[in-house]
Design a protein around this ligand. Structure first.
Ligand code: HSE
Length: 456
């Protein structure tokens, strides 16, 4: 059997994918049955990282997705258009889709999966989240018997790299970002990464698969790392924490039987205890922790980006679809009759396809029960800590630890106090109400930072 593949895009991931397909020896034997039929590119003359027969390169991407010679389309263009139109056109022509495009799936997954289920084709996306780490198929298959409680990930390598270097070198965000851009670890426009948008796309996909309902991206709370300072990183260290940009999806414990479950889905910098498994994930590495019942916790870690790592996930999806198609071909060659069990959708392998259509209800951030780290600059006067304590108490905020350091106002040189508070679990709405009242105190000069602490 020869399965013909059309590859859309020959950038970093596309070239990595082609490189694997061109050297199948020593990999799974099924890969030898794949033929790279077409590769769609923007320019035929651009130098490439991989040697391909020139006759399979074309700038006509629409022709690839309509071609009767193509069984599976791999979309590694990135971005929304023309990727969305090409994927929908390929589905309409009965092609299975493999994509690394988290932005596309997070925004248009409902449209794409509805079309795919109707057409009876697969849309596979292992490469869309956490690069080379196998997390999509485990969530769909091996972990599927568990009632998932939380999915917590470091799923953006750029921000993890920046935070790691800020911690190791005591550097400022702006300086480290500029250097990361120079070294190619951060994009010229770093917005999607440093503002948490890339991680929000990815956690919406993981939550949807782990909890069995669709997620509206606009419901995902998103806060990036621009406001993290070396001072907060140093205080966190003293208190036994590290600061990571976490993407978290958790089941609302107050509604345990709702299906699809009510969730909290969010991206924000978080203080995590130094002995937490995610605390030691450094540099551009990614990791995802899944906690479920009855399994408990599993942690997946590895390279979250890069040509080879992401291509490994792309081709893993190809292998899965290939295996199913091989069985279908064998059945039809053996003359297995149509059982008449229903529409084409019932022919899709239920552990590879994604049939859920209901949306998960997402709780508000005010409802979130979490701990907080916060840093105040206040006048150095008697009674300041007492007033903070009273206001926190009035709003049911319980203090877990408090540290005070004498400093001098950098402009006036007057004595001031830097006060760092870590709270116990509290409803975020209550904490914010307390902070608003504290902000009005004449002795409080500024509230320099408020960072969530991983809940106990
Ligand atoms: N920009 C992403 C990151 C890699 O920094 O992790 C691609 O998903």
């Amino acid at each position: 059997m020869g399965i013909k593949v059309g590859l859309l895009g020959l950038g970093t991931v596309g070239a990595g994918t082609a490189a694997i397909l061109l050297s199948p020896l020593g990999r799974h034997p099924l890969l030898a049955e794949v033929k790279l039929a077409w590769v769609g590119v923007r320019s035929l003359t651009k130098p490439r990282q991989v040697n391909l027969p020139p006759e399979i390169l074309t700038t006509d991407l629409v022709q690839i997705v309509r071609s009767p010679e193509v069984d599976i389309v791999i979309e590694v263009l990135g971005g929304i258009e023309p990727a969305r139109s090409l994927v929908l056109e390929a589905i309409a022509h009965g092609k299975h889709i493999i994509t690394a495009n988290k932005a596309l799936i997070a925004r248009h997954g409902d449209e794409i999966y509805t079309a795919a289920n109707h057409a009876g084709v697969y849309v596979m996306l292992e490469a869309a989240v956490a690069g080379g780490i196998p997390i999509i198929q485990p969530l769909k298959q091996t972990l599927g018997v568990n009632r998932i409680h939380t999915i917590t990930g470091i799923i953006n390598g750029t921000t993890n790299y920046i935070l790691t270097r800020m911690r190791e070198e005591g550097g400022d965000f702006g300086d480290i970002l500029a250097e990361a851009q120079k070294l190619g670890y951060a994009e010229a426009d770093p917005t999607a990464d440093v503002d948490g948008l890339d991680a929000a796309d990815k956690i919406s996909i993981l939550a949807s698969l782990g909890f069995g309902g669709r997620i509206k991206l606009e419901d995902v709370y998103c806060e990036g790392i621009r406001s993290i300072t070396k001072t907060d990183i140093a205080y966190a260290e003293q208190l036994g924490f590290v600061i990571k940009l976490l993407a978290i999806a958790s089941r609302d414990k107050a509604h345990p039987d709702q299906f699809p479950p009510r969730l909290s889905v969010r991206v924000h910098p978080t203080l995590i205890p130094q002995d937490h498994p995610l605390a030691s994930i450094n540099g551009v590495y990614n990791a995802v922790s899944v906690v479920g019942e009855p399994l408990g916790q599993v942690v997946f870690e590895g390279p979250g980006a890069g040509a080879g790592a992401t291509a490994s996930s792309v081709v893993a999806d190809l292998l899965q679809v290939l295996a199913v198609l091989k069985i279908q071909v064998a059945w039809s060659q053996a003359g297995v009759p149509d059982t008449g069990l229903g529409s084409k959708i019932s022919l899709l392998h239920p552990l590879l396809s994604c049939a859920h259509q209901e949306y998960c209800e997402i709780s508000t951030m005010e409802e979130l029960e979490t701990r907080f780290y916060t840093r105040f600059i206040t006048s150095d006067q008697p009674g300041v800590i007492g007033k903070l304590g009273t206001i926190f108490g009035n709003h049911q905020v319980s203090i877990e630890s408090i540290v005070q350091k004498d400093i001098h106002d950098k402009d006036t040189r007057e004595a001031a106090a830097e006060i760092v508070v870590v709270t116990h679990n509290v409803a975020e709405g209550n904490f914010r109400a307390a902070i608003e009242e504290i902000r009005q105190l004449p002795t409080v000069q500024s509230i320099s930072s408020m960072i969530r602490v991983l809940e106990q």
